[in-house]
Each structure stands twice: as C-alpha cells, then as structure tokens.
Design a protein around this ligand. Structure first.
Ligand code: B12
Ligand code: SF4
Ligand code: SF4
Length: 303
C-alpha cells in the first residue's frame, strides 16, 4: 500500500475508533440516543442563521455530538402534572450532567470540547422578548441523523417520536458523521395542532411549508400559567404524536380518539373513568386542577 493510502486508512480507523469510544461512554452514562454531525452540515442545509452555527459559536468545532434521553410516554400522558414536571426536570439534570461529563472525558483524551446546556434560557418573560437560545439542539439532532424536524417543530425520532430531550457537545475532534435521515417521519396528521390547548400550532392549508405556523408567544404564555401552577411544561404536542416505537413498548397505539376527546370529556366530568389515573396525577403536587377543572391558557391568576 502506498504511504498516502495507508495514512488515509489509518485516519479513518482512528475516527471510527474514537466514535466507538464516545458511543460507549455516552450509552453507559445514560444516553438513549447519540449521533454525530460534521459542522459542514449547517452551511449545507442553510436552515439556521449563520451566527447560530457551531463554528460561529466556537471556531474549533469540527463535530457536534448530540445526545438524547427519552421521556416515558405514560408520564407524558399525564401532563399537566407533578410527575411530568419531575420527569422533565430529572431529564434536564441528567442531560446537562452527561454532556458535562462527556466534555471532560474528551478533554482528558486531548480533544478540546465544550457543551451547550439543554435549554439556554432562564426566564419565560425573557423568551417573550426574544424566543431563541444561542443554539438549536433540534436542528443539531437532525444533522446528526437522530430524526427529522416535524410539523410541530419538534424533532421526531424512530424510537421515541418527539418524546426525547436533547443536548449537544462540540468537539475539535473529527469523528465520522452519521447519515441524515431521508424519510420524513412526520405524517402530517395534525393531532399536535388539534390538541394544543393554547392554539399555538396553526395549520395553513395554502402554505407550502413543512412546518405548521407556530405562535410562540401563545405557547410561552401558557407555560407562564403552568409555571405558576407548578405543572410545567405543557408538552401536549409531544404526548399526542403517534410516531415512535415507544408506543409499542407501552401498548399505546391508536390513541388519537382518546387524546382528541380528552379536553371536552374532562370539561363535562373531571372524574371520567377513561382518564382516571391521569386526573389522579394532576390532582396532587400541583395546582393543575382546581374547582374540578384543568386550568386553561386564559386563567392568569397568581399562585
Ligand atoms: C426557546 C425554546 C422554546 C420556546 C419557543 C419554541 C419555538 N418553537 O419557537 C417555547 C418555550 C415556546 C418552547 C416550547 C417547547 N419546547 Co422548547 N426549546 C426552546 C429552546 C430553549 C431554544 C430553541 C432555539 O431558540 N433554538 C435556536 C434557533 C436558532 O433554532 P430554532 O428555533 O430551532 O430555529 C428555527 C426557527 O426558529 C427559524 N427562525 C425563523 N426566524 C428566525 C429568526 C431568528 C433570529 C432565529 C435565530 C431563528 C429563526 O430558524 C430555525 C430553522 O427554521 C430549545 C433548546 C435548545 N437550545 O435548542 C428547547 C427545545 C426546542 N424545546 C423542547 C421541547 C420538548 C419543548 C416543548 C414540547 C415543551 C416541553 N419541554 O415539553 C414545547 C414545544 C413547542 C413546539 N411545538 O415547538 C425540546 C425539543 C425536543 C425535541 N424532541 O425536538 C428542546 C430541544 C429542549 C431540549 N433540550 O430537549 N421551547
Ligand atoms: S407545548 Fe403545549 S402549548 Fe406549546 S405548542 Fe405544544 S401543545 Fe401547544
Ligand atoms: S402529531 Fe402528527 S402532524 Fe404533529 S408532529 Fe406528530 S406526526 Fe406530525
């Protein structure tokens, strides 16, 4: 073999070996999903404004590693509730811890790395003024081959649909990238838009777009109500989405009718047997239910 060919083969083996080591570390430290995106994906797709791309944020970045953790479906079903809030906060802590530890692991191996926290904002009021964080994990996950960005603006994955939360690590190491998924996982069923309690997802029949229009302020304001009631986040668009193998695991396929009827049924009878356990979880540890009804976006009073 010629020297140049041998060098190329050696570099490829090295990239693959590092990838395996990172995968082993992440999966054994709590990640459910992991994917790798080369920084060239951002200019290639040209969807994200230039200032929000990895090399603009940290010029040494060559690879973005995206990590995902599942939100168990039967817990998401209970939203708005205390157990949904606790699962959300646990996943947030675990994601940031995992990304921090992977960063330290890579630094220790001589690959300079940083991590971007799973959210990147501290106040909903501030999101009303500027509804963006410095970096989008959703698009990073798409470029790392974890899933596709859906009509509801959430990333859908084959494993968990949108019931997965994300975090990213930027590294100076060149790691073999994963393929971007070609097939759109979103089936345009509109369930997310129909069930959104804040009317934040709007389907425009005429618009030639792969996303429903998002009224961000409506979603943020509903989260302000839920925060006061200690029952955030909402996440109903993630709960009702039919995509994801997790539905098979939990035996929760074909739930559309139940989800569509939920709001109206509980308005009439908060003790409806079909939703009994969800109502039970909503009745303790938060103010999600008061005076026999789930509060809605119009209910602004202080808690
Ligand atoms: C701000 C924010 C919100 C805001 C606004 C969301 C929105 N869709 O606009 C609020 C509070 C409403 C919100 C709600 C929710 N969120 Co949120 N949110 C974020 C956060 C912190 C930042 C997103 C961001 O600004 N990225 C930066 C910009 C550049 O990226 P982008 O918004 O994806 O950009 C696109 C468009 O905005 C567009 N664009 C159009 N005009 C402009 C103008 C400018 C100046 C820019 C920059 C971009 C832009 O450009 C991009 C390409 O199209 C991310 C965490 C993160 N850091 O990624 C979580 C995140 C997106 N949220 C998440 C979730 C789960 C939710 C909720 C379901 C609530 C919940 N936690 O249960 C809902 C879902 C709402 C929905 N259907 O989208 C998850 C998504 C996971 C997944 N599977 O996709 C994330 C990734 C958090 C996490 N770490 O897992 N969220
Ligand atoms: S999180 Fe709730 S309010 Fe926001 S878009 Fe999804 S369903 Fe609507
Ligand atoms: S609920 Fe339907 S339209 Fe909404 S994201 Fe899921 S598959 Fe797409």
């Amino acid at each position: 073999m010629r020297l140049v060919t041998r060098l190329v083969v050696f570099i490829l083996i090295d990239k693959e070996r590092l990838k395996q080591e990172i995968q082993e570390f992440a999966l054994s430290h709590g990640a459910d999903l992991i994917g790798f995106a080369a920084v060239a994906r951002w200019p290639e797709f040209n969807e994200i404004p230039p200032d929000f791309r990895p090399t603009a944020l940290w010029d040494k970045t060559r690879t973005v590693i995206v990590l995902g953790m599942q939100m168990p479906l039967p817990i998401v079903d209970t939203t708005p509730s205390n157990i949904h809030l606790e699962a959300y906060e646990t996943s947030n802590r675990e994601l940031d811890g995992l990304a921090y530890n992977l960063t330290r692991y890579l630094n220790g191996k001589g690959h300079a790395s940083i991590f971007l926290p799973r959210d990147g904002y501290r106040s909903l009021k501030q999101l009303l003024e500027k509804p963006y964080a410095a970096f989008s994990h959703t698009f990073a996950a798409k470029y790392a081959g974890l899933g596709t960005v859906s009509r509801s603006h959430n990333l859908l994955t084959p494993e968990f649909g949108p019931r997965v939360r994300l975090v990213s690590v930027f590294t100076a190491a060149a790691v073999a990238p994963d393929q971007v998924l070609q097939e759109d996982l979103c089936i345009n069923c509109r369930l997310c838009a129909k069930c959104c309690p804040a009317g934040a997802l709007i389907v425009d029949e005429d618009a030639d777009s792969s996303y429903y229009h998002m009224e961000t302020a409506a979603c943020v304001k509903w989260h302000q109500v839920l925060t006061k009631r200690r029952a955030y986040p909402c996440g109903i668009c993630t709960k009702v989405c039919p995509v994801g193998k997790d539905r098979e695991l939990y035996g929760e396929k074909g739930m559309s009718k139940k989800y569509l009827a939920e709001q109206a049924t509980l308005e009439k009878d908060i003790n409806s047997p079909a939703y009994k356990s969800w109502t039970h979880f909503r009745s303790y540890g938060s103010w999600a239910i008061e005076n026999g009804r789930i509060f809605g976006p119009a209910d602004e009073e202080e808690k």
